[in-house]
Design a protein around this ligand. Structure first.
Ligand SMILES: Cc1cc2nc3c(=O)[nH]c(=O)nc-3n(C[C@H](O)[C@H](O)[C@H](O)COP(=O)(O)OP(=O)(O)OC[C@H]3O[C@@H](n4cnc5c(N)ncnc54)[C@H](O)[C@@H]3O)c2cc1C
Length: 408
């Protein structure tokens, strides 16, 4: 069978690897040439790691599978009747089986104009832009002689109190508190303000209350100001408006909402509130034999609830689907149902502070932080990345330095 996998993130890559060495002809199409480990993007955005530490060329990962080819192209249309995938550069690719795994993107709740001021954290370009804005703001504050402008430039607003917002706020606070300490003459980086704004009832809503409370205390200990149950009403080049108050900010980070890539549009299907399409127990798309969707774009129901948009969900789904397709007799075969096994959910707040939710067991503090580090190193794509990241973390732990602070 000719199998096309669109998207080589957590789900698509796991599926391609599981199909490696099979009798099928597999084509992986991705708009980027690399697979990205998004959980550590915040470290690129705050100068702790460089992009190459968390990104790996897709070709390199898949080179040992002779039956798997890779094409770098952006898919923008699918003809499910003619069984063809189309890309923006005029490419046209026929398939017998199609696996869609294009993930999600940031959503600005109908305010797309905010994107130019409040960068989301999804790609290497996003992380580089945040790093550059953050470090440039300190440089401009050093040159400014106007105390109000200095204060504005040294204020960072992070919008969204989920894991990404918490991790960003904690890392930015540590940057001012420790990393930049003593490097400036006219400003004191320790006085930098970091605000974390969350519209809901509390931060980390996906975690138990006890862990969210701990995260809140730890963030406050780092000097982060929490504005919970506060909705952002406007964002402009000078800052953020919350209710009727305008808060001047030099850097604004958006971590508030995601929606699926436009797969529903490509397939002419209904999507849920976050753009995901409904799939069956084997990840097949109803009414389209031979078409499957997984990861962030799929609303996969388990025990009456949709699975969350997590790397471990996408990875397990990709591996399961790849293995199932390996032994499928033909396109449209009913495949064995998928079941997600939760390995625990985690978020890091800062040095010696992380939370782990294993369902029945919870963990927080230094031990959770150590486990977070071990798990994230283990999950990196290969031994080279594991060694590189471990060494840098060790050095950073000893020196409190962040080495990747270039402003491009
Ligand atoms: C900052 C951040 C931190 C996160 N932290 C965690 C965490 O700690 N733990 C956790 O479990 N999850 C975390 N997540 C969520 C996790 O990264 C996602 O759930 C996971 O990546 C989803 O996998 P996926 O395969 O569906 O999509 P992705 O991994 O996003 O992969 C999608 C792929 O599709 C490609 N693509 C997209 N559109 C097209 C197109 N039109 N044509 C061709 N290719 C296309 C992209 O280039 C990408 O390679 C985090 C996410 C972010 C953004």
């Amino acid at each position: 069978m000719k199998i096309i996998i669109v998207g080589s993130g957590f789900g698509g890559l796991a599926c391609a690897k599981a199909l490696g060495g099979s009798s099928h002809q597999v084509l992986v199409i991705d708009k980027n040439n690399h697979n990205l480990f998004q959980p550590l993007l915040y470290q690129v955005a705050t100068g702790a790691l460089s992009p190459a530490d968390i990104a790996e060329p897709i070709r390199r990962v898949l080179k040992r599978y002779a039956n798997v080819s890779v094409v770098m192209a952006e898919v923008d249309r699918i003809d499910t009747t003619a069984q063809q995938v189309f890309s923006t550069d005029g490419g046209q690719y026929p398939y017998d089986v199609l696996v869609l795994a294009t993930g999600s993107r940031y959503s600005y709740f109908g305010h797309d104009d905010w994107a130019q001021y409040a960068t989301g954290l999804k790609t290497i370009e996003n992380a580089r832009l945040i790093r550059s804005r953050l470090l440039s703001a300190f440089e401009r504050a050093e040159k400014s002689r106007a105390p109000d402008e200095q204060r504005r430039l040294m204020t960072t607003v992070v919008i969204g109190g989920g894991p990404t917002g918490v991790e960003m706020a904690g890392a930015i606070a540590e940057l001012g508190r420790w990393t930049l300490e003593g490097e400036f003459r006219n400003i004191d980086p320790k006085s930098a303000r970091v605000l974390l704004v969350e519209g809901g009832e509390r931060i980390l809503p996906q975690f138990p209350q006890e862990l969210a409370d701990y995260a809140q205390r730890e963030l406050q200990r780092l000097g982060v100001e929490l504005l919970v149950r506060h909705g952002v009403t406007q964002i402009d080049a000078q800052g953020v408006t919350i209710g009727s108050e305008h808060i001047g900010a030099g850097t604004i980070v958006w971590g508030a909402g995601v929606s699926a890539t436009p797969v529903a549009q490509w397939l002419g299907m209904e999507a849920d509130r976050t753009g995901r399409i409904a799939v069956g127990p084997d990840m097949s798309v109803p009414g389209l034999p031979g078409v499957y969707a997984l990861g962030d774009i799929a609303a996969f129901m388990q025990d009456g609830k949709p699975l969350p948009g997590l790397a471990q969900v996408a990875k397990q789904q990709g591996r399961h689907l790849g293995r199932a397709l390996r032994s499928a007799a033909g396109p449209g075969d009913t495949l064995p149902p998928f079941r997600f096994h939760d390995r625990g959910n985690t978020a890091v707040i800062g040095r010696h502070a992380a939370v782990f939710d294993f369902g029945r067991y919870h963990m927080k503090g230094g031990l959770a932080w150590l486990l977070w580090a071990v798990v994230h190193v283990y999950l990196l794509v290969n031994a080279e990345k594991r060694a590189l990241v471990s060494l840098q973390w060790l050095w950073r732990y000893i020196s409190k330095a962040r080495g990747v602070r270039l402003i491009p």
